[in-house]
Design a protein around this ligand. Structure first.
Ligand SMILES: Nc1ncnc2c1ncn2[C@@H]1O[C@H](COP(=O)(O)OP(=O)(O)OP(=O)(O)O)[C@@H](O)[C@H]1O
Ligand SMILES: [Mg+2]
Length: 445
C-alpha cells in the first residue's frame, strides 16, 4: 500500500498544534508537527509534504523567515505553504505573506471547514501530480520498450538484408555459371554440327546418294536435324545474351511490309503443305521503324511459325498493323498483330508462355517438324521474341479466349514497337502507348 500524503503543521504553541491536528485528522493524511521554524526546516528536508501550515508569529525564526529558507532550498522550494495568523485581516499583511512565498492564508481563529477545504485543494493537486508522474513513468517505460523493439527490428532487418544479399550473390553466381555453361556447350556444339551439316551436304551432291531417292531423303533428314539443332543452340545463346543484357542491337531503318513479304515467301511452302492462308494486311502504310533487322526477323519468324504450328490444316493466319501516335513524343509506336484460327491459349498461360522452356502441352509428343500441326519445340521461341522486343523498348503480349482444339478460338499476338527506340525507350512512354492501344482496342469492341 502506498504511503499516505504528509502534511506539516508548524506552530510554537502546543495547543494550536493540537487544534490543527484534531481538525486535520478527518483527512486521509499523515500529520507531522514542528514546534519551531528550525524543526520545520529539518523535517521539510527529510520528508516530502504536500502542504505545510505555518504559524507566522514564532520566536527565533518566524513564518516569513522559515518560508524564505524553504524557497531557497532546491528540495523544498516548491512546497506549498499556508500561513496562519491572527493579523491577516488587512491587505498589507496578505501582500507581505505572498511576497514571502505563501500560497494561501488562514486567519485565526480558523473555521475548521475552511481549513479542511483549503487543505483538500492541495491534497487534490498532490494526487494529480502523483498520477501524472505515474503516467510519465509508464510512458517512459513504454518508450524504452519501443526503443528496444525498434533496435531489435532494425537488427533483424539488417540480418535479413545481409542474408538476402548473400542469397542474391549466390544466385548471381549460379546464374553466371549456368550462362557460362550454356555458352560453352553452345560453342562446343557448333563445330561438330557444322561438320555434320557440311559433310551431309557433300553427301547429298555425290551421285550415289543423289541418284537414290531413299538415300537422298535419309541424308536430307540428317541435314534438317542438324539445322534444327543449330537453331536451338542459337536460341539458347540468344537467351543467355538477353538474360545478361548483352544483346547488341544494330538499329537500321526498316520496313515492316518488306520484312513480312520476306516471311511470306519463306513460309509459302509450309503454308501450302498445311493448306493455311497467310495474309498480310495494311503494313505498307506504316512508317519505317528503327530496329535491328536480324533480331526482329527472329521475333516475327517465331510468331509466324507458332501460328502455323498451332493452327490445324485449312486455317488462316493474318498479319495486320497500325500506327500508334503518341502526343508529346512525335515518334510514336507501331503495333503488329498476328492472329490465327488455331487451338488458342488458356488465359492462365498467357504470361508463362513467354518464359524459358515453357510449353502448354505435354513435352512427350515432340516431333522435329517445325511447321507440323503441334510440332513441339524446346519452348524458347517466345522467350527470345520477348527479350528482343523489350530490348527495343517495346512490348509483346497475347490475347486468346482460351485453349480448345475442337472449336479453335485462335490467338492474337501483339507486338508494340517504338519508331525510334533510342528516343522513346523509357518504360513510362511504352506504358502510355500500351494504354492507348488497349483503349482503342476496347473502342473497337
Ligand atoms: N499461336 C499459338 N497458338 C497456340 N499456342 C501457342 C501459340 N504460340 C505459342 N503457343 C504456346 O506457347 C508455347 C511456347 O511457345 P514457344 O514459341 O516459346 O515454344 P515452342 O514453339 O514450343 O518451341 P520453340 O519456339 O522453341 O521451337 C508453345 O509450346 C505453345 O504451347
Ligand atoms: Mg515457337
Amino acid at each position: 500500500m502506498s504511503e499516505q500524503p504528509k502534511i506539516l503543521i508548524v506552530d510554537d504553541k502546543a495547543e494550536n498544534l493540537f487544534t490543527l491536528e484534531r481538525v486535520l485528522r478527518k483527512l486521509p493524511v499523515t500529520i507531522i508537527q514542528a514546534n519551531s521554524g528550525a524543526a520545520a526546516l529539518a523535517l521539510a528536508l527529510e520528508h516530502s509534504f504536500f502542504v505545510a501550515i505555518v504559524d507566522v508569529q514564532m520566536p527565533e525564526m518566524d513564518g516569513y523567515e522559515l518560508v524564505e529558507l524553504l524557497r531557497g532550498n532546491e528540495t523544498t522550494a516548491i512546497l506549498p505553504v499556508i500561513f496562519v495568523s491572527a493579523i491577516f485581516s488587512d491587505e498589507y499583511h496578505h501582500r507581505k505573506g505572498y511576497d514571502a512565498g505563501a500560497v494561501d492564508f488562514l486567519s485565526k481563529p480558523f473555521v475548521p471547514e475552511i481549513l479542511l477545504s483549503k487543505v483538500r485543494v492541495f491534497l487534490d493537486l498532490y494526487r494529480q501530480r502523483q498520477r501524472l508522474q505515474e503516467v510519465v513513468a509508464q510512458l517512459n517505460s513504454v518508450n524504452v520498450e519501443v526503443i528496444a523493439l525498434n533496435e531489435t527490428l532494425e537488427r533483424k532487418v539488417r540480418e535479413r538484408t545481409a542474408a538476402m544479399e548473400r542469397a542474391y550473390d549466390e544466385l548471381a553466381l549460379l546464374d553466371r555459371s549456368k550462362s557460362d555453361f550454356i555458352e560453352i556447350i553452345s560453342h562446343e556444339l557448333r563445330t561438330p554440327l557444322s561438320l555434320v551439316v557440311g559433310y551431309s551436304e557433300i553427301l547429298l551432291e555425290t551421285p550415289l546418294i543423289a541418284g537414290n531417292e531413299r538415300y537422298r531423303q535419309q541424308v536430307q533428314t540428317i541435314v534438317n536435324g542438324a539445322d534444327r539443332i543449330s537453331e536451338i543452340v542459337a536460341s539458347m545463346l540468344d537467351i543467355v545474351r538477353i538474360d545478361s543484357r548483352a544483346l547488341k542491337l544494330d538499329y537500321q531503318p526498316l520496313s515492316l511490309a518488306s520484312l513480312f513479304a520476306g516471311q511470306q515467301q519463306l513460309l509459302a511452302k509450309a503454308c501450302h503443305e498445311r493448306n493455311l492462308t497467310l495474309t498480310v494486311d495494311g503494313l505498307d502504310v506504316l512508317p519505317e521503324i528503327e530496329a535491328d533487322m536480324g533480331n526482329l526477323v527472329k521475333v516475327f519468324n517465331n510468331l509466324l511459325l507458332n501460328a502455323i504450328k498451332y493452327t490445324p490444316d485449312g486455317g488462316a493466319i493474318t498479319v495486320s498493323g497500325r500506327y500508334v501516335p503518341l502526343d508529346g513524343v512525335a515518334q510514336g509506336f507501331v503495333e503488329i498483330i498476328i492472329s490465327d484460327t488455331g487451338i488458342g491459349i488458356d488465359p492462365t498461360a498467357h504470361d508463362l508462355i513467354f518464359t524459358t522452356f515453357f510449353q502448354v502441352g505435354p513435352v512427350a509428343f515432340h516431333s522435329s517438324g517445325k511447321t507440323k500441326f503441334k510440332g513441339g519445340g524446346p519452348g524458347l521461341g517466345l522467350t527470345v521474341a520477348r527479350g528482343i522486343v523489350e530490348a527495343h523498348g517495346g512490348k509483346i503480349w497475347v490475347e486468346s479466349p482460351g485453349y480448345d482444339e475442337t472449336t479453335c478460338p485462335g490467338s492474337e499476338f501483339h507486338v508494340l514497337l517504338p519508331l525510334h527506340p533510342g528516343l522513346t525507350k523509357p518504360a513510362a512512354v511504352t506504358q502510355r502507348a500500351l494504354e492507348l492501344v488497349s483503349v482503342s482496342t476496347d473502342d473497337k469492341g
